[in-house]
Design a protein around this ligand. Structure first.
Ligand SMILES: [Zn+2]
Length: 493
């Protein structure tokens, strides 16, 4: 395991930093955009934003011309431990995921494997300009697992929220464990690391989760819950939470994709927010990505990537996918009524807001998500002079949402510290992280056995169905066409 003190010692001191001459998305209340502007950071705060700022002696000067300066992005739901098996589940549905998570690999994860996943995921987030991540850590089946999770988060200079959970037992069980309670006493929250309690509400009329909500309340911690997940959680869970008085503004409802209008009303009325994981919802089966409905209820939205066992871990992808899903649904709904959408309701500017301010709001952090004097200095510079995609820069919100990607993240500051500069992470011993993750993969693979490992990664293809085509060019049947189609659809011949 990496020694957190050793790693922390390698982080650069907080010298003042000034980013010069960029296009600055302040994300203030008016969403002010400044061109040819500077952002000055002193200590852990934004000191000033404006033209030709005076910088203190010894300040690090960063050329932000031809770049976009924006607040650090915030991911409100990421199962960081699962990054240890990056891409393994690319072809899964939720059904395969549940088998893996509850019955197979999930149970096999040792404390060091949770730590390995968190470590690589934490660096990955920073590398993509995600300065705050909620680690939805629902596989902490012993106190040692929780210790390993937090050690890894503390070893990386990002801002994190450990959402403590345990899928291997009922939430009323593990929240009653004295070791769970004492964990928070041993590891007090601070500015860089906060807590939530993470569990799902099944809709059982006996509402056994009540005890877990009470435990969270005693500890003064918010609850985050997967809500409106097809086949898993539904309106009953929301209703039970509401009837028992556990719907509060601090709650984060993840996905919220298969809920009725009544549930959205309950969420809106109690001030909670929804964490949308569009890449996940589009392909796993929780339900259609819900922003097209949620925005009509005025419910605050934040963004998340869910898990890198399937998807990417960067919010550029989240913004892109969310715009696409929202607009696709809007067009589809209109077409079904014979109508045409002439103006989109969801704009690039909105998803940039959700990826920054939206996350800060969800976490109750009004000192994050904006570039204004006095705010915490979590700053991202998007700039890549070597890429033709970096110009022309005419619509900065559009550029962030549809053009930029993680490789274009030039500089990242967290709490006033440089953690990525000139497109490279600072102070990250990636070779050591890689060895840690590889050891976990080797262990899981051997613990599961080669056959189960391969089967888990390659779910059976459904029987192929190629429709009869009434239009036939009778002489047209090239070998190569047939061969390509045959392999694509898994045909025998
Ligand atoms: Zn999730």
């Amino acid at each position: 395991m990496t020694d957190p003190d050793e790693v922390a010692a390698s982080w650069p001191d907080r010298r003042p930093v000034v980013l010069r001459g960029g296009t600055v998305l302040t994300m203030d209340d008016a969403h002010t955009v400044l061109t040819d502007a500077d952002v000055l950071v002193t200590g852990d705060r934004i000191a000033a934003v404006g033209a030709s700022l005076e910088a203190p002696e010894g300040a690090v000067e960063i050329d932000a011309t031809r770049g976009i300066v924006m607040p650090g992005m915030i991911d409100t739901h990421r199962h960081m431990w699962q990054t240890a098996m990056r891409a393994y589940g690319a072809d899964w549905t939720l059904t395969q995921y549940f088998v893996w998570n509850y019955l197979e690999h999930g149970r096999k994860f040792r404390p060091e494997d949770i730590g390995a996943g968190n470590l690589v995921s934490a660096w990955e987030a920073l590398e993509a300009g995600v300065t705050t991540s909620v680690d939805w850590s629902h596989n902490l089946h012993t106190p040692d697992h929780a210790e390993a999770a937090i050690d890894a988060l503390r070893a990386v200079p990002g801002r994190f929220v450990l959402a403590y959970g345990n899928i291997q037992a009922g939430p009323w069980e593990w929240t009653a464990d004295p070791a769970f309670r004492s964990f928070f006493g041993r590891h007090p929250a601070d500015d860089m690391l906060g807590y939530q309690i993470a569990f799902d509400v099944t809709g059982d009329p006996a509402f056994p989760e009540k005890a877990a909500f009470e435990a969270a309340r005693e500890l003064g911690l918010p609850v985050t819950t997967h809500a409106g997940v097809w086949g898993a959680t539904n309106d009953d869970g929301i209703r039970l939470m509401h009837e028992h008085g556990f719907m509060t503004p601090e709650n984060i409802y993840v996905h919220a994709a298969t809920l009725s209008t009544d549930s959205y009303h309950r969420i809106a009325a109690t001030g909670g927010s929804i964490s949308v994981s569009t890449e996940s919802e589009q392909s796993a089966g929780q339900g259609y990505p819900p922003t097209w409905q949620v925005r009509r209820h005025g419910i605050p939205v934040s963004m998340s990537m869910d898990t890198s066992v399937w998807w990417s871990g960067d919010l550029f992808s989240a913004m892109r996918a969310t715009l696409g899903a929202d607009r696709a649904r809007e067009h589809l709904e209109a077409h079904m009524k014979g109508e045409t959408v002439t103006h989109h309701a969801l704009r690039a500017e909105h998803v940039v807001d959700w990826a920054t301010r939206g996350g800060a709001h969800a976490l109750g952090r009004d000192d994050l998500g904006r570039l204004q004097p006095g705010m915490k200095a979590d700053v991202v510079l998007i700039k890549n002079d070597a890429s033709p995609v970096s110009f022309p820069l005419v619509n900065p919100y559009g550029h962030v949402a549809f053009q930029a990607q993680r490789g274009d993240v030039h500089t990242v500051l967290v709490d006033g510290r440089l953690v990525k500069h000139e497109n490279k992470l600072v102070g990250a011993d990636l070779a050591a992280v890689r060895r840690t993750v590889e050891a976990t993969v080797d262990y899981l693979r051997s613990a599961l056995g080669e056959q189960a490992w391969a089967a888990g990664m390659n779910p059976d293809l459904p029987h192929p169905q190629v429709l009869d085509n009434p239009y036939q060019y009778t002489e047209f049947k090239s070998e190569s066409t047939h061969g390509a189609r045959g392999s694509l659809f898994g045909e025998d011949s």
